[in-house]
Design a protein around this ligand. Structure first.
Ligand SMILES: Cc1cc2nc3c(=O)[nH]c(=O)nc-3n(C[C@H](O)[C@H](O)[C@H](O)COP(=O)(O)OP(=O)(O)OC[C@H]3O[C@@H](n4cnc5c(N)ncnc54)[C@H](O)[C@@H]3O)c2cc1C
Length: 386
């Protein structure tokens, strides 16, 4: 079977890695370089801690296992995979009770959780007086662009082809079934299946494939400090982050996640707002995130910021990724809309897409177990290939 994957971000790369591992013929097309879309704008958190029990957590649990396996093959150092764990802290006793209740639901769904009464023993430089938190030992981290490149290199070793600088303009087909894609320069690539892994542009690419899906940009800023000696051991964030992630509010929301990197910089992310593809710098957002981070780690008040970057999360109105065959156009599969979790969810998505292409489970991904992510959950309009 020949498969064309549109998008060489982390999701397209993971789809290519698994599909090529399964022996499928794979060509990855991207209009730009590898990993230059939202993948270059994420922080690289692989989180179970922020996910409610449900379809996304199931994909995240599968992905966490597959990240461990993939990083062994790619070399944990080369993709900066760090099994560092997350620490979610409450700022008030009421918040702690809610956090414990949330963690208990996650534990019942298979997530490892550990109550932490003295957060200072976990994080010596955290603000004093916090009432407690929950440690999530499975939370991890990866460098997203290195990981996308590494997954694609591994796919190429298994026979996949990667073509950058080529935008997909349309799908070709007869009788309602696709048999390839046409790139912007007019060349045609034949394929039995086309995977839409175009991230925030998945809606636009879906429309070109005759299978529109609703994916919207949700802007986020990340702050980067000057390099420091190791001061922060885990991913640390306050319990209200979870509410912000799940919110559908269009206005600005900030609740920071703070983490050290191997290079010594501290990453402080991330804001959430729906302002279209507006790339303008917003100093107010930067100031809010910085203030929140300083409340969690007071030593940051004396640390300089090096830079702030921003990107556009691929946001689906129900906050779930769209993964699976589109019933309107046989041969088209979507793998997009992962919002602020696409780095973490990529390997599970790649395995699930591969399982759907094969028509049988692949590397722990059983299509029957992930039906909540299928595109037919919110399809309203039809479409056929041209
Ligand atoms: C500030 C911020 C912080 C984040 N932090 C995290 C985090 O800590 N952990 C986490 O898991 N996630 C995080 N995310 C989210 C994560 O970055 C995304 O979910 C993920 O990168 C999406 O990957 P993707 O491969 O789907 O999309 P992309 O990386 O955007 O890749 C899509 C590709 O499709 C290509 N494309 C588009 N249109 C066409 C076309 N017509 N023809 C050919 N190619 C096309 C683009 O060029 C692009 O390379 C964060 C996001 C932001 C903005």
């Amino acid at each position: 079977m020949e498969v064309v994957i549109i998008g060489a971000g982390i999701v397209g790369a993971a789809c290519a890695f698994h599909a090529a591992s399964a022996g499928l013929g794979v060509t990855v097309l991207d209009r730009g370089p590898v990993g230059a879309g939202t993948t270059s704008r994420g922080e690289g958190n692989i989180l179970l801690s922020d996910k409610e029990p449900g379809p996304e957590l199931e994909l995240a649990r599968l992905s966490r296992d597959l990240w461990g396996e993939a990083s062994e093959e790619l070399g944990p150092q080369s993709v900066e995979f760090e099994n560092k764990g997350g620490l979610v802290v409450a700022s008030a006793p009421e918040g702690l009770a809610a956090l414990h209740a949330f963690a208990a639901r996650q534990a019942a769904a298979g997530v490892r959780t550990e109550r932490v009464d003295r957060v200072g023993e976990f994080e010596p430089h955290i603000a004093p007086g916090l009432p407690g938190g929950v440690h999530y030992p499975q939370d991890a981290q990866v460098q997203p662009v290195l990981a996308a490149a590494g997954l694609l290199r591994a796919a190429v070793r298994r026979g996949a082809r990667v073509r950058t600088g080529e935008a997909v303009a349309a799908v070709t087909g007869t009788g309602g079934r696709i048999n390839g894609v046409r790139t912007a320069d007019g060349s045609v690539l034949t394929a039995d299946a086309v995977v839409n892994a175009a991230g925030t542009w998945g809606g636009e690419v879906g429309s070109r494939l005759g299978a529109p899906v609703e994916i919207l940009p949700r802007r986020g800023f990340v702050l980067v400090t000057e390099p420091l000696p190791p001061m922060i051991r885990h991913k640390v964030y306050s319990a209200d982050y979870v509410a912000n992630v799940a919110s559908s509010d269009e206005g600005l929301e900030t609740s920071c996640v703070v983490e050290g990197t191997r290079a010594g910089t501290v990453l402080i992310g991330a804001s959430r707002e729906r302002v279209g593809f507006d790339t303008a710098m917003n100093p107010d957002v930067v100031a809010l995130l910085a203030a929140q981070a300083c409340r969690l780690f007071p030593f940051l008040r004396d640390v300089h910021l090096l830079r702030a970057y921003r990107g556009f999360r691929p946001y689906c109105p129900d906050h779930l990724p769209v993964v699976g065959p589109d019933p309107r156009v046989p041969g088209v599969l979507h793998a997009c809309g992962h919002e602020g979790a696409g780095i973490g969810l990529a390997p599970g998505t790649g395995a699930l897409i591969t399982a759907q292409l094969l028509g049988r489970p692949w590397r722990g991904a059983d299509p029957a177990a992930h039906t909540g992510l299928l595109p037919d959950r919110f399809l309203t309009t039809g479409g056929v290939p041209t």
